[in-house]
Design a binder for this molecule. Sequence first.
Ligand SMILES: Cc1cc2nc3c(=O)[nH]c(=O)nc-3n(C[C@H](O)[C@H](O)[C@H](O)COP(=O)(O)O)c2cc1C
Length: 353
Amino acid sequence: MSIRALLNIEHPIIQAPMAGACTPALVAAVSNGGGLGSLGAAPMKPDVLRAQIQKIRALTGRPFNINLFAPGSERFDADAMPGKAARALLEKYHQELGLGELRMPSGIFGPAEQQLEVLLEEKVPVISFHFGVAAHHVNAIHAAGLKVICSATTIEEAVHLESLGCDAVIAQGSEAGGHRGTFMGDFQRALIGTMALVPQIVDAVSVPVIAAGGIMDARGIVACKALGASGVQMGTAFLGCHESGIPGVWREQLKASSPSRTTVTTVMSGKPARGLANRYIQDMEALEEAPMPYPLQYALSGAIRKKAAQQGNPDFLAMWSGQGVGMLQELPAAELLKALVTQTRLLLAELDN
Ligand SMILES: Cc1cc2nc3c(=O)[nH]c(=O)nc-3n(C[C@H](O)[C@H](O)[C@H](O)COP(=O)(O)O)c2cc1C
């Protein structure tokens, strides 16, 4: 089955869920244009999530996707403490930014089980996961008559997701911005480029495959089609849209960046993620201490990230971005989607000549 038929959409283009970067206006603009708009809801409290779903529904009658991080991934050890050097560095930043005392972290995501309950009650048409999904959650989503998709960064993960009953898998290549969806094995070995990952996942599973990572324009879409993908999921490309919810300083940094500015790091959240390198990442990576486990490391850097956003200071922000950053365009989302569809058709026709 094609991804269009599966998800009941006109164009096989999914605007990636991006926690902290999507707005209901962005989601609705993409869905209204015939693609699939997505909301990255991992950090949202259940009542906030319900209100966001209602906002999206007020703006579109078309299918949309809400994304969660795997239930359970938000759990943390309340007694864990940062290392001495990391603590000293963070205290220095707190002083520099005029923040109070460094507070020991608490959780910042989920609880994902409660978020999922909201999605089931609200009958969200498509539910997607990052960091894996459990069989009983897939079954619960299907029992509610809804679709479930999940990211895979290796062939093994894709095969596992298919065995759980996922309706489609997202093949997330290493070019991708944001967190690596890796949930099995070593993340370094799961840094597989879109070009190599997509066709091998296509060969290994029978469900539709959605390609993600480094796709910014019609050239990327056509390439992924040729690799056997049924659809594409694009994140970084939509960060430049007028409706994206990122702070102005992040947008400006994206506009000034080339792919060599991006790096995959674990020091921002405790899990590997690709974003623009900055002072925080450089300083933290130089420490001879492992970061705290996810999500504690993210919580630990929370106060400085928030302050940095208010001050327009890129030194301490988590500026997730894919390697396609140099192709970023600043357009309303509806225009970007329209251009992608038109240019993909033109390019396919050109290649046929
Ligand atoms: C700013 C940003 C935030 C992201 N947050 C999420 C998220 O919350 N959930 C998720 O499944 N994927 C997230 N991703 C990853 C995307 O789903 C997708 O894999 C990625 O954007 C594809 O690569 P591209 O950015 O090169 O298009 C995020 C990506 C970016 C750029």
